[in-house]
Design a protein. Structure first.
Length: 82
């Protein structure tokens, strides 16, 4: 991987302070960055689902009420004895 000289110097300084090799420090920082981005994306996914749910409800509202299919069923309510 090719890095700008200034970034490579900063990475070397970080590696030295943590007693790591340059390549190990780069690996650790890349892993942390990837994990952070994955967490952020996972947090955004529920919003996408919520937006889709809202769109479906709004579409149903625009289309108006739908009639139920089949004959209506009679419900018999039972009063408790006593």
């Amino acid at each position: 991987m090719v890095l700008p000289e200034e970034l490579c110097d900063r990475l070397s300084a970080l590696a030295e302070t943590e007693s790591r090799t340059l390549s190990n420090m780069a690996k650790v920082l890349i892993q942390q960055g990837v994990e952070r981005l994955e967490r952020l994306q996972a947090e955004d996914e529920p919003a996408v689902g919520t937006d889709r749910f809202r769109q479906v409800l709004e579409q149903q509202q625009r289309d108006g009420p739908q009639r139920l299919r089949g004959a209506p069923r009679r419900l018999r309510l039972h009063r408790p004895a006593g």
